[in-house]
Structure formats: structure tokens, C-alpha cells
Design a protein around this ligand. Sequence first.
Ligand code: NCD
Ligand code: ZN
Length: 345
Amino acid sequence: MTQTVIIPRPDDWHLHLRDGAMLRAVLPETTRHFARALVMPNLVPPVVTGAQAAAYRDRIRAVLPVGADFTPLMTLYLTEASDADDIARAHADGIITAVKLYPAGATTNSHSGVANFDAVRPVLDRMAEIGLPLCVHGEVTDPAVDIFDREAVFIDRVLDPIRRATPGLRVVMEHITTRNGADYVRSAATGLAATITTHHLIINRNHILAGGIRPHYYCLPVAKREEHRLALVTAATSGDPRFFLGTDSAPHTDANKETACGCAGCFTATNTLSILAQVFEDAGALDRLAAYVAGHGAAFYGVPVNTGTLTLIKGEAVPYPAQIITGEGPVTVFDPMMPLHWRVT
Ligand code: NCD
Ligand code: ZN
């Protein structure tokens, strides 16, 4: 008997589209399946003002594949110099959906991020007032803190103090990678949620480091121990509305990944839904897939569930390209290390 799952068209609540030739090449990989995506602002230079976000949104719209029905939801990159009035105006004008907090130096293109969290308090207070969510890259950058502990330490040292200082602030912990992250989300009554990537449901740190170093599994926050991966699978497949999909699909050329100091990021847009269907099936939670990819995030952000549906059909192994060809060079597609049997139609 053929197994079929029908879901509303999904949303990706954390996506890197880049710009120029890379944007043109990777955008169709997302629009093929997704109706909306929250687009990260870590361009060079970053998207800091409402005007920059509107211009970036227009550049995305200009290269949408013909016939694509896709809405890019824009974010602003928070800096210590961010202007609360400009942010509030961009929100009121419907240009932005969230503001992104990168601790300075935490990840790709985060040099302009925040070092002194007190400096952004007035902006965060304003965001709480107007109901504009803060998306957080939750890692400390203190070189004395082990890279595998940076998420857990961030919760105690930075995130919890921020949330106490600005109680009405709605926060999304982006791409959580630890049991600590999932537990912290569950500890909050309201106003806190988390995205989980596709790749963090598949890989643990052994996949990056054991038996040879595998740069295409290197991303930030870095994958942790197996027990943490299992905690993420439990959270994602639990049906708890505080957890939803943000792929963090982050294209870098193979030349920039396979080098002495390779970039962080896994490119998963192409095969994300086939992988997730397998993860949810293995967890006995196929009936919760729709809510994870198309329901919980929309509810948190206060937007309607997308109209239209996708059908996933289980059958022969689904072919997908090993690489996407871009004007900047090939980008390797995430390898889930298992055949994918769920085809998206
Ligand atoms: C992202 C990127 O390449 O922009 N990289 C990553 O490893 N996830 C940045 C980010 O989200 O941390
Ligand atoms: Zn990201």
C-alpha cells in the first residue's frame, strides 16, 4: 500500500539566501516546496535598516522562478547602533517580521553583532512593546568557553538575563542543538519558542569528526553529542507548538567549505522535506509533520497557515543532486547518509 501524507505548504523559519548569483541559484531550491521563509540578514554588509530590508526583499522577488508562489519574510540584523524608530517603522510598514541577534563573532558574517547586550536594551524594550519577535543566535563567543558548551552557557549568561530584563519580549532561539536549549524553551510559559534545523536531527559531532573531518557537516552552532540529537528529535516530533522548522540552510561554495579554515553552514533546502518525513516516520510521528513544518511557526509569528498543499509519497529512493551549480561555484547538498523514500509532489 502506498503511504501518502498531505501537508499544508510549509514555512522555513530560518533561511540564508545570500545575494547576487548565489541567491539566484539557491532560491528555487526553497521555492519549489516552501511558501514562505524567514530570510536571515547576515549579508556583507548586513541588513540593518528598514530600507535595506525592503531593497533586499525586492532583489529576492526580482529573481523568483517564474510562477513561484513564495513570500520572503525579512529580518533586520541587530547592532549596537540600531535605531529603534527605524525598526518600529519597518515593522509597522510590514517590511520586517523579526530582528536577529548575533553575538559579535559567533558565526558567519557576525562581526557587526552585539558585544554589549545592555546597549541594545532600549531596542529590545521597544520590540516588546510592539510585539516584534527577536530571533537569537544562542552562543557565547568567550574564547574561554568550549565550543560544545557555548549554547548552554549563552542561556544562563545572556538569554535568561535578557528575558528577565524585558519580560514581554517574544524570543525564538534559533537552531537549538542541545537538550539544554529544548528544556529552556519548555521552561517558559509564553513568548519563547525554538527552531530546529533538519541537519541537527540527523548528525551528531561524530559525523563531523570521526574517521576523517567532514566539512559539509560543519555548521554553527556545531552539532553536539548523540544524546542532544535525540533530545532534538524528541522535541521536534513531540507536537509541542514551541518547536518548529527553521532549516538554517546556509549555502557556501565547496571551495569555501573544503579548505584549511572552512565556512560554517549546511545546505539542506533541496532535500529537507524528504529527510523530515523520514525522521518523523521513524519517530512514529508522521501525523505531527504538518504542524512542525506548517503550523507551529505560523502560529508563533501570528500569520495564517498557507493555503495549498504538498503531498509526500513513500516509494523508491528519491534522486536529488549532490551539488547545486551556482555562479560562484558548486554548493554541496546535505547528505543525510540514508536513502530518502519520501517524494514531494
Ligand atoms: C550560517 C551562515 O552561513 O550564514 N552558518 C551556519 O553554520 N549556520 C550562519 C548561522 O546561522 O549561524
Ligand atoms: Zn542561520
